[in-house]
Design a protein around this ligand. Sequence first.
Ligand SMILES: Nc1ncnc2c1ncn2[C@@H]1O[C@H](COP(=O)(O)OP(=O)(O)O)[C@@H](O)[C@H]1O
Ligand SMILES: [Mg+2]
Length: 313
Amino acid sequence: MGVVETQGLGKRYAAGSVVALEDLTLDLGGGVTGLVGANGAGKSTLIKILLGLLRPTSGSARVLGHDITGAGPQIRQVVGYLPEHDCLPPDMRAIDFVVHMGRMSGLPAAAARERAADVLRHVGLAEERYRLMGTYSTGMKQRAKLAQALVHDPRLVMLDEPTNGLDPAARDDMLGLIRRIGHDFGIPVLVTSHLLGELERVSDHVVVLDAGHLLRSESTRSFLGDTGVLVVEVLEPAGHGSDAQARMGRALAGRGLVCRPRGTLLEIDPTTTAPDVLRDLVRDTAVDLGLGLVRLQAKTGQLEDVFREEAAR
Ligand SMILES: Nc1ncnc2c1ncn2[C@@H]1O[C@H](COP(=O)(O)OP(=O)(O)O)[C@@H](O)[C@H]1O
Ligand SMILES: [Mg+2]
């Protein structure tokens, strides 16, 4: 059974004039799934549909085997949800709020108190849990939102832009927490971000949405895999000019390779030459020119490339 399965899912707003999702068919499994796309791509709409909070205009979906039409309450009982927007009562202490959310999900009072203290410690709010949430920084608010999403031991968590508004250090902490939820605790995670490159490091699988359409749904490994392009960096020996890159480029072209400068690097297009033969050729070319070979490595892909490729079509 898939964790999330959708079939031809579509959603229109404003009497059909705004297309938020179109013909979306997905089959998502365990681990961390990153759902990425620019603002307005339809990420939050998809999450709300999967929680049974919004009705799709067309298509169908199942979450942990439950049909979203009719089984919304059952889905929300077993799914933890971190909403995109601020939803924390400012005049409540985090501990009371998270206990309350645990009780709402059916935990007995003592269990809710115990679990709330555990999850608040886990997200790094051990000390601050007795403070009113209105006094929290954005980073602390995101952590409190994460704690309430975890308090009832969910079988799946959906996190809508959990890194929004965080500084780089807080963002890294949040990404670390997400990775631990998905990998150490084994709870499947569906997490969104409008920053395309951000989820690469923590996601096992990436779904890319563009204006409501599915661009890609694949394992992160295939995204970030070897592109076949070889990256080369050469240096003149000390004291000799600085046209190493241009000289190397001409010499490689003379040996039948297609290459182009990229910053201080040279990129060599994929060829039919065997990888080790190609690397030897590059090394020998540098030696022949009397250049120092600083770098010779395979270029791996990045999520941004997907958008660049689409834009170039
Ligand atoms: N309640 C609504 N009424 C009308 N249009 C909406 C509503 N909610 C979202 N939209 C539109 O639907 C599209 C997708 O929005 P959303 O799902 O919030 O995208 P994302 O979360 O990826 O930023 C956008 O064009 C947005 O303006
Ligand atoms: Mg959104």
